[in-house]
Write a protein that binds this ligand. Structure first.
Ligand code: IMP
Length: 427
């Protein structure tokens, strides 16, 4: 009864889609457990490239049941257009299950996300503007609208009325925007209800039974460890728990049923949006990484901030998530460098820190202490096994493994499905 969690070990965009896809053939259920359409997974199959935001990547494998867990916030319009987009390319989403307890992103969440960011000015988070934070805010505040409310028009109408009575005051009086009409919102969401009804299910029950029957469940996190609401670089974080603990809360699968925690680790570091990033490169080296690695956001198209590998972050991810294995992605991007700096610790006002400093203020002042590792010139994109890698690439992987504190069990050497070196099984 393996239940395997895939979690981003940095600030998201580590290439989780590729890892999910690698396991696709052996997996029965793929579950998204948090986040919403702020995420973006790119999966390349043959000459086809798929960018998924809300649907679990398992949707691309015909034998997998894709599940949107209770911890996700769902924009139903976006979900349906993603389903329709895949249908137009011959991919059927009929198997999709959606937790009745997941929360819905409502039009006022999107409106408030955008205007509140503008209000913050220089202190803005740099959100994706998809309504994620306001939807989770309402969930915690206990005034959210859930997927199951779509099944009861009376309740849905009451909840929308109640929400807009308050939110329209906020939109008009604080932010000087137009309010939203409850009847229009209700009509829109009743339309979604019709199409989503066949997918709505008690997903934690289904997953519990599946594990009892020995099925393989893969839990797929969006974003990454350092964007976690509790364990990330708060307040420059997302509003959910991408870390492995969040996988349990967001799916209804208890911690003692998790069998593996796979951290997805990019061979260098990227971040989108505001917030501290000690190894960020603001020079042409950063631009080189961005261009070579194609580091442009799948969701917003924003340039990703780029920098060298940060072993302090990787060690932290190992500890917070209980990482049992790492999947190292995008190693091929580093080919051609003479030497590759790796951050092994931080200097904060003259004091060495081997762990992330306790306070936000210290972290904002952390500067990297680098060790330089020898690079390699060879193209590694057609390597099939670890032994095919040039010796310096092997040493780079071994050094990262040592510094990060968990074995690297798979390595991505290119975007394609087959460009993965598997060192040991991930199940
Ligand atoms: P939100 O999730 O839209 O509220 O954005 C909060 C922060 O998380 C911002 O810095 C976003 O850029 C970042 N973020 C959200 N989703 C992703 C992702 O999938 N990859 C990388 N950063 C993300």
């Amino acid at each position: 009864m393996p239940a395997v969690v895939l979690v981003g070990a940095q600030w998201g965009d580590e290439g989780k889609g590729k890892a999910t896809d690698l396991l696709g053939g052996d997996v029965d259920y793929v579950v998204r457990y948090q986040g919403g359409n702020n995420a973006g997974h790119t999966v390349v199959i043959g000459d086809q490239k798929y960018a998924l935001h809300l649907l679990p990547t398992g949707v691309l494998s015909p034998d997998v049941v894709p599940v949107i867990g209770n911890g996700v916030v769902i924009d139903p319009g976006v979900l349906l257009s993603e389903i329709d987009g895949l249908a137009a390319r011959g991919i059927d989403c009929g198997r999709l299950l959606i937790s009745a307890n997941a929360h819905l992103i409502m039009p006022h969440h999107k409106a408030i996300d955008k205007v509140s960011e503008r209000f913050l000015g220089k202190a803005k988070i740099g959100t994706t503007g998809r309504g994620i934070g306001p939807a989770y805010g309402d969930k915690i505040y206990r005034v959210g609208v859930r997927v199951q409310d779509l099944l009861d028009p009376g309740i849905l109408s009451q909840k929308i009325e109640a929400a807009l009575t308050e939110k329209n005051q906020i939109l008009t009086k604080i932010y000087n925007r137009r309010g939203l009409e409850a009847t229009k919102v209700l009509d829109e969401y009743l339309g979604y209800a019709e199409r989503l009804r066949p997918h709505i299910a008690d997903t934690s029950l289904i997953l519990g039974k599946a594990l009892d029957e020995g099925k393989v469940v893969l839990l797929e996190g969006g974003q990454g460890t350092l964007l976690d609401i509790d364990h990330g670089t708060y307040p420059f974080v997302t509003s959910s728990s991408p870390t492995s603990g969040g996988a349990c809360a967001g799916s209804g699968i208890p911690p003692n049923r998790l069998t593996r925690v796979i951290g997805i680790l990019k061979a260098y570091t990227t971040r989108v949006g505001s917030g501290p990033f000690p190894t960020e490169l603001l020079d042409e080296q950063g631009e080189w990484l961005r261009q070579t690695g194609g580091e442009y956001g799948v969701t917003t198209g924003r340039n990703r901030r780029c920098g060298w590998f940060d072993a302090v972050i990787a060690r932290y991810a190992t500890r917070i998530n209980g990482v049992t294995d790492f999947f190292l992605t995008k190693l091929d991007v580093l080919s051609g460098l003479e030497r590759i700096p790796v951050c092994v610790a931080y200097d904060v006002n003259g004091v060495r820190h081997d762990e992330i400093p306790m306070t936000q203020t210290e972290f904002h002042h952390a500067t990297p202490i680098y060790e330089e590792l020898p690079g390699w010139q060879e193209d590694i994109t057609s390597a099939k096994t670890f032994d095919d890698l040039p010796p310096n690439a092997q040493s780079y992987v071994r050094a990262l493994e040592e510094m990060s504190g968990a074995p690297i069990s798979a390595i991505g050497v290119g975007p394609g499905r087959t460009q993965t070196l598997q060192i040991r099984s991930l199940l």
